[in-house]
Ligand binder design. Sequence first.
Ligand SMILES: Nc1ncnc2c1ncn2[C@@H]1O[C@H](COP(=O)(O)OP(=O)(O)O)[C@@H](O)[C@H]1O
Ligand SMILES: [Mg+2]
Length: 226
Amino acid sequence: MKAGCLTLFPGMAWDLSRIETAPRRACPSAFRVVTCGPVWKGLQVAIVFWLYGRSGAGKTTLANLLCRDLRERNRPVVFIDGDLARSGLSSDLGFTPGSRTENHRRVAEVARLVSEQGITAVVATMAPEHEQRDRVRQVLGDRMVWVHVEAPLEECLRRDPKGLYQKARAGKLNLLLDYPFDPPRPGEHDVVVNTASASVEDCHHHLLAEVLRRLGERESATRPMP
Ligand SMILES: Nc1ncnc2c1ncn2[C@@H]1O[C@H](COP(=O)(O)OP(=O)(O)O)[C@@H](O)[C@H]1O
Ligand SMILES: [Mg+2]
């Protein structure tokens, strides 16, 4: 039996680190389960692939292709797109740095819940400042992989898939052109996809190869002992 785990049925284990002692009065057995739910052997915490980059860099395009590929491989995956989170989960938030960070915290918490069910999560947000990236990392730790979807501002202005830069230029949206985009710090990201110098197809294949490699590595590391 793995240290810290109590096996109840073949293939199922309770994680003892999730059980804490409680006063005998409250719980005669002296133990209280604080987090419900078994930890299934071989179904450990899944990876969160977090695509970040400027508006128009290609995050949503690549994330959709990646999710399609993973589903075709019978791998459960949840896609959380920043734009959609903004219209529901974080519809009460504005765009101050603090609000952007709170938005990222919420999305990261959702991704954490998903990954704890053994489901791969793919997230796409701008995460423009270090503050947001640091907050996300704080919530997700080592279970996450940062993918920088990189394209220079001039290319994003040219593409402008949602017309946001045009609105910003017309003064209807003062957010985007002034938007800071902190350059990644050395070693910050795990994967880089440069969408200005390669086609959608090439970027997609590069990303898929990186993702499959990491999923394979994680699974061989957590595969239960025979
Ligand atoms: N190599 C590439 N990878 C991804 N998207 C690309 C690439 N080259 C051009 N594009 C185009 O850029 C646009 C990116 O839009 P989108 O995916 O919505 O960006 P984001 O989600 O980052 O704001 C799409 O119209 C897409 O077809
Ligand atoms: Mg998008």
